[in-house]
Design a protein around this ligand. Structure first.
Ligand SMILES: [Zn+2]
Ligand SMILES: [Zn+2]
Length: 423
């Protein structure tokens, strides 16, 4: 039996890869405009990094990590996300010694052992940014506005940012207490996961997707009621900057992130899809994370979005660009000498940046023309024994059905003129 790719992975083939390239190029240009630089870290890290940096109590760490012992008996894990890796690099490579803040972005594969029937991939791809070393509300607004403007640039409609403040360890302790008081009498009606969360992580009960948990938490105390003055001022400023910048947002008090190193702003970007809203980006502030993994106290904020998820949204909204012909011109050459001369001509064209091709299968003249038409190229460059003898090249415009003859000496210049006009 032929070997198959692992479950939950995909081959990205020509015909689809163009969509990925389009999305990645758009991401890169938006990041450039905002002054973010790319960071690439290893695909695998010491397991402990994710235990500390993602959190022992999260589903990711408890159930979904690709962990293995290497030949040196060290426990390694394929990265399930990248925030922890970026923070590790910030500390290890002493990025805190450079002008602050560090404004970083990444695009790459992540790995989680998901049940394949859930429609999720075990190797999936994320774009994300992390800003380290700045705690001002304007940073939170910049991060949210970057992803907002990316989605606008891509043409997505029906967007809304859900935003909340989860406070700091001081005010969160108060919220946690009030929440436990409120939920104590209802504990038995919560799902098993939430019963487990009750002691360790009661905030997460607020964003449980289980309908009965949602019902039991109606009217529960929100972070809004318990924010300290510092957290509440920070939140108000973020909202004011976002509003002035034209970002459509809604304060969603159920948006929480339960771990201690998450602080203040938490957000998700929602997109409207057939009758419902769903999240296509999530992020927030994590002022205690760098310390958690052993670095100096450093404020941080970031987000991650699934590439596959955003491509799906673009597909649903018909916002993916149409496929364009990959080549500008095809050489149609027959006769051995004409092929040798034609090949040299293509090299000259390619060295000036023009995407051009020729037949590589020894097809007949008629089939070469057919293939050029099928590929949608604009020009056929015709070179037979007879043209070669007269040192000329026929340039046929396949769209207009016109053709002209140029001397072989001038061919590169003539074709380049047409290329420059077309681009
Ligand atoms: Zn606070
Ligand atoms: Zn629940």
């Amino acid at each position: 039996m032929a070997i198959q790719r692992p479950k939950g992975t995909q081959d990205l083939l020509p015909g689809t890869i163009e969509q990925w390239q389009y999305l990645e190029e758009t991401i890169r240009s938006v990041c450039r405009e905002y002054g973010y630089e790319e960071i690439r870290t290893p695909m695998f890290e010491a397991t402990e990094l994710f235990q500390r940096g993602v959190g022992q109590t999260t589903d990711i760490v408890k159930k979904e990590m690709y962990t293995f012992q290497d030949k040196g008996d060290r426990s390694m894990t394929l990265r399930p996300e990248m925030t922890a890796s970026v923070c590790r690099a910030y500390v290890e490579d002493k990025l805190y010694g450079q002008p602050q803040p560090m404004k970083l972005y990444y695009i790459g594969p992540m790995f989680r052992y998901e049940r394949p029937q859930s429609g999720r991939f075990r190797q999936f791809h994320q774009f994300g940014i992390e800003v380290l070393g700045a705690d001002q509300p304007i940073v939170d607004a910049e991060v949210i506005s970057l992803v907002w403007n990316l989605y606008k640039r891509l043409g997505l409609i029906g967007l809304e940012v859900h935003v909340n403040s989860v406070g700091c360890p001081i005010c969160r302790a108060r919220h946690r207490e009030q929440l436990q008081e409120f939920l104590a009498a209802r504990k038995s009606k919560l799902c098993n996961d939430c019963q487990e969360r009750f002691e360790r992580n009661p905030l997460r009960i607020l964003d449980c997707k289980n309908p009965s948990c949602q019902e039991e938490t109606v009217g529960a105390p929100t972070t809004k009621d318990t924010l300290c003055e510092d957290c509440s001022t920070h939140f108000e400023k973020v909202l004011a900057i976002l509003g002035r910048a034209g970002v459509v947002y809604r304060v969603n008090p159920r948006l929480v992130r339960g771990l201690d190193y998450y602080t203040k702003t938490a957000f998700e970007v929602m997109v409207e899809e057939i009758g419902a809203q769903s999240a296509i980006c999530g992020g927030g502030r994590y002022d205690k994370l760098v310390e958690e993994i052993g670095g100096p106290p450093t404020p941080g904020i970031g987000f991650a979005m699934g590439i596959e998820r955003v491509l799906a949204a673009l597909q649903v909204q018909h916002k993916l660009p149409e496929e364009k012909p990959k080549l500008f011109a095809m050489l149609i050459a027959w006769g051995e000498q004409a092929q040798i001369e034609g090949f040299a001509l293509l090299s000259a064209l390619r060295s000036q940046g023009m995407p051009v091709g020729m037949d590589l299968l020894g097809r007949s003249l008629k089939n070469q023309l057919k293939s050029a038409n099928r590929q949608g190229v604009r020009y056929a460059l015709i070179l037979g024994e007879e043209e070669l003898a007269r040192k000329v090249l026929v340039i046929r415009d396949l769209t207009l059905g016109e053709q002209m003859e140029v001397s072989l000496v001038d061919a590169v210049e003539e074709i380049n003129k047409k290329y420059q006009r077309g681009v």
